[in-house]
Design a protein. Structure first.
Length: 217
């Protein structure tokens, strides 16, 4: 009887062990070179003390338009140590007015109010923003004077911002939009993983990885 009881105890323990969930260290890991790439030269971040998540997007990109509310919802779930930085891409000179418009929104501190509306105007109403006046007319209802929009749009500060964003665009080795970069060194694209939702899953994995790396320093 004692031998039988001992045997049953071993079998029960083995069954219970098999039923336990996998340890955190055994949970599926996304793979470098498959689900994301590591940049050869890390790019310094602009948000010291935080895990920086960069989105490279374009107002003219329909995929970016679809992704914008998904990204906004994802950011609301993040801890305070995660900072989102958005960079407007430029594939050609025709995109410069949209770059300037975006950075004008940021400079005038109306991005939170007007960013989604710009996307809607372009993709729902087929509106074009080809110059400072078009931006000024559209942004006036958001609490800024047209003169301020035009002056900001044409300012040296915005020109420098464009040069800086173009430099980052090259350093990140962006191949399309939207694409994302975590902590200045991990680049993620839907070309690697399929859907935008899947891309954010990889981003979340890399945010956690970067957070752990920060803690190890």
């Amino acid at each position: 009887m004692r031998i039988f009881a001992a045997l049953m105890g071993v079998i029960f323990s083995a069954t219970a062990f098999a039923a336990e969930p996998a340890a955190p260290s055994l949970i599926f890991q996304y793979l470098e070179g498959k689900d994301y790439v590591v940049l050869e030269k890390p790019v310094p971040t602009s948000t010291p003390g935080k895990v920086e998540v960069v989105e490279v997007f374009s107002y003219l990109c329909p995929h970016c338009y679809h992704f914008d509310p998904i990204l906004a919802a994802w950011m609301k779930q993040q801890k305070p140590d995660v900072a989102l930085v958005q960079i407007h891409a430029s594939w050609s000179p025709a995109m410069e007015p949209y770059q300037r418009g975006f950075y004008t929104l940021e400079a005038l501190k109306i991005k939170e109010k007007a960013h989604a509306a710009v996307f809607d105007a372009i993709h729902k109403s087929q509106k074009e923003f080809k110059d400072a006046q078009a931006w000024a007319d559209f942004l006036a209802p958001y609490g800024v004077k047209k003169e301020a929009v035009i002056a900001t749009y044409n300012s040296d500060a915005i020109t420098k911002q464009l040069a800086r964003s173009s430099e980052l665009f090259r350093s990140y080795q962006i191949s399309g939009t939207p694409e994302m970069v975590v902590d200045g060194k991990y680049r993620i694209s839907t070309r690697f993983v399929g859907t935008q939702e899947d891309m954010l899953k990889v981003v979340q994995f890399l945010v956690n990885k970067a957070r752990a790396e920060h803690g190890a320093k």
